[in-house]
Write a protein that binds this ligand. Structure first.
Ligand SMILES: [Ca+2]
Ligand SMILES: [Ca+2]
Length: 225
C-alpha cells in the first residue's frame, strides 16, 4: 500500500520519469521551522547527525499517517514484516508534503509533518482511503540515508528543439514515446496522455502562457541547462 498511498496522484504515478517534484530552493529549507505550507516539527533530534537527506538520496524510514482527527490510516510499522519504507527523494515518488518536509532531515531524527491537502492528495483524494481535500499528519522516523542514482534530465528529454520551453506538442510527443516504450496500446495511451498533459500544464505552466519554462518545470531537470 505504501507505494500507492504515497504516489502524489495516480495519474502522475503512471508517468514514471515524468514525476513532478517541487524544486525547493535553499530558502525553503529551514526545516526547524515551517517549510512553506508543510509544518515540520522535530520530535527527536539525532544523536550524531552524520548525514542529512538531500534531493536524489534514498531514504529508509518508518512512518505512520493520521487524519487530523487522530485516526491512523497507514503505518509501515504495523504491516506484516514491519519493513521500513524506502524511496528516492526529489523525483516525485512521494507526495509533495514529504518531498519538502523531509529535506535536510538527519539519520536518526524524528519529525511530525503536518501536510495540507494541496501538498498531499488534493481535491482528488486517493482511492477509498484518503477523502478529497484532506490534510494529513505523518510521524516519520528516518532510519537511513544513502546516495541515490542521478535521475535523467526529463526537461531536456522533452525539449526537442532545445529552446528551454516545453510546448504542448513537445510534451505530447514525450508522453507518446513513454507509452510506446511501456507497450501501452495507442488508443488507451492517447486518452491517458491527454489527461496527463492537461494535468501537467495546469500544475506546471504557472504563468499560463501555454509553455512550461525551465524555471516553471518542477520535474527532474538538473540545475544546469
Ligand atoms: Ca521547446
Ligand atoms: Ca509558462
Amino acid at each position: 500500500m505504501a507505494k500507492s498511498i504515497l504516489c502524489k496522484k495516480m495519474i502522475l504515478c503512471v508517468v514514471g520519469t515524468m514525476a513532478l517534484v517541487a524544486m525547493v530552493t535553499a530558502s525553503d529549507m529551514n526545516v526547524k521551522g515551517d517549510v512553506p505550507d508543510v509544518h515540520v516539527l522535530v520530535t527527536r533530534d539525532s544523536d550524531k547527525c552524520t548525514r542529512k537527506a538531500a534531493k536524489h538520496d534514498i531514504l529508509v524510514l518508518h512512518y505512520e499517517g493520521f487524519f487530523p482527527n487522530g485516526t491512523k490510516f497507514d503505518s509501515s510499522i504495523e504491516r506484516p514484516g514491519a519493513n521500513p519504507f524506502q524511496f528516492q527523494l526529489g523525483i516525485g515518488q512521494v507526495i509533495q508534503g514529504w518531498e519538502r518536509g523531509l529535506l535536510d532531515m538527519c539519520m536518526g531524527e524524528k519529525r511530525k509533518l503536518t501536510v495540507p491537502a494541496s501538498l498531499a492528495y488534493g481535491e482528488q483524494g486517493s482511492g477509498e482511503l484518503i477523502p478529497p481535500n484532506t490534510d494529513l499528519i505523518f510521524d516519520i522516523d528516518l532510519i537511513q540515508v544513502h546516495d541515490g542514482p542521478q535521475p535523467p534530465n526529463v526537461f531536456k528529454m522533452i525539449d526537442i528543439d532545445s529552446d528551454n520551453l516545453l510546448t504542448r506538442d513537445e510534451l505530447a510527443m514525450y508522453l507518446a514515446r513513454q507509452s510506446q516504450m511501456q507497450g501501452v496500446p495507442m488508443d488507451l495511451a492517447n486518452v491517458q496522455n491527454l489527461k496527463v498533459l492537461n494535468n501537467i500544464f495546469t500544475v506546471e505552466d504557472k504563468d499560463k502562457d501555454g509553455r512550461i519554462s525551465h524555471e516553471e518545470f518542477t520535474g527532474p531537470k538538473h540545475e544546469e541547462l
